[in-house]
Design a protein around this ligand. Structure first.
Ligand code: MRU
Length: 340
């Protein structure tokens, strides 16, 4: 397969490599992902993460396995194993559905490779289109609050919500970004802070619980977040803590925007209650671990509830900014996502 590199994945010498997002920002370590077991492990441990990136890495691995001579039935098994690695982000399922159709063709080996590379290129273009559309909503001197990580690390391109923020900053309209640390896995504190620093975009890191106070003081002009799955009625699953921000934004009359590519739409899912929410290990809440070490603060047998995502009802969303443009609440109520 043709070599290329994005912020967080690369193909080199016909091998898939991923930038270890658990090691960032302390260390930049590229890890091989050459088998289904390896990639599933990277996805489950969030070394590879972000809705678009999960789907792209799974598609690329499938194409590489085909080039190595893995049979059609075994590729199908591999595809299903990859599909089951994380349940909430629908980009994984959408990308793999696309790859599955290609796998059923006669000349599937080169076709899978073309298809995976197409998805990577497409994602870059989707990110750019989201940023162009989103930038029209950014007001001069904006102070934007964002959650989790939606940038180059989570996509093949400039990102979704963070791509909008990047283009808004380049247009001179963003003064400052508030970065939610995003407990429990700290994607904001570790990854978004790192990306904004690399881009020289002024930011301040806050604990998730500080957002309400900032909003009440008039320090937040808009909230921009990504999505892991958008249901047909416009409800959105995204990183745990997103719903709290939407409620707070609504109370303080601050616009709350979702930025996502078409690969995040699930027209078959009628509403947010039907979106499967991943439950994760207790250890993520009883302490924290990473390149900085491991700390446990809770009692050893503390009972934990750890949903990785929550659902924001459509009624709290000011607009859905997709690659196709800005979608209004009226359009959503009229069923625009049903036909997606
Ligand atoms: O568990 P993660 O880190 O994969 O969760 C990521 C998010 O919730 C992002 O907001 C979402 O995937 C959009 S990334 C462009």
């Amino acid at each position: 397969m043709q070599s290329f590199q994005t912020t967080s994945l690369k193909i080199e010498n016909n091998q898939l490599w991923i930038l270890d997002q658990q090691a960032l920002p302390q260390k930049q370590i590229w890890l091989p992902a050459n088998t289904v077991e390896q990639l599933v492990d990277h996805i489950c441990t969030l070394r590879v993460r972000g809705a678009p990136l999960i789907g792209l890495s799974a598609s690329l691995l499938l194409a590489l396995l085909a080039e190595e001579g893995v049979s059609q039935p075994d590729l199908l098994t591999a595809l299903e194993q990859l599909r089951a690695s994380r349940p909430t982000a629908v980009n994984l399922m959408n990308n793999l559905d696309f790859m599955k159709k290609v796998l059923q063709q006669n000349n599937f080996v080169p076709a899978l490779s073309d298809a995976a590379l197409y998805l990577v290129e497409e994602d870059k273009n989707l990110c750019e289109a989201i940023a162009v559309a989103g930038n029209t909503l950014i007001k001069p001197n904006s102070r934007i609050l964002t959650h989790c990580n939606t940038g180059g690390l989570a996509t093949a391109g400039i990102g979704t919500a963070l791509g909008v923020i990047r283009r808004g900053f380049e247009s001179g309209k963003i003064d400052h970004v508030w970065v939610d640390e995003t407990r429990p896995l700290l994607q904001g504190g570790r990854l978004t802070a790192w990306e904004l620093g690399e881009l020289n975009i002024p930011y301040q890191l806050i604990c998730d619980s500080m957002a309400a106070s900032l909003m009440s003081k008039g320090l937040v002009d808009a909230v921009w977040v990504g999505a892991d799955r958008i249901a047909a009625n416009g409800d959105v699953a995204n990183k745990i803590g997103t719903y709290s921000l939407a409620v707070l934004a609504h109370y303080h009359q601050i616009p709350f925007y979702i930025a996502a590519p078409k690969t995040t739409l699930d027209a078959n899912c009628l509403n947010g209650n039907l979106i499967p929410i991943e439950q994760r290990a207790a250890s993520e809440v009883t302490g924290v671990s990473g390149q900085f070490g491991t700390v446990n603060w809770a009692p050893e047998n503390a009972k934990v509830y750890n949903p990785a995502f929550d659902v924001t009802p459509a009624a709290l969303i000011s607009a859905w900014v997709l690659d196709s443009g800005i979608i209004t609440p009226e359009q959503v109520q009229n069923g625009i996502f049903n036909a997606a």
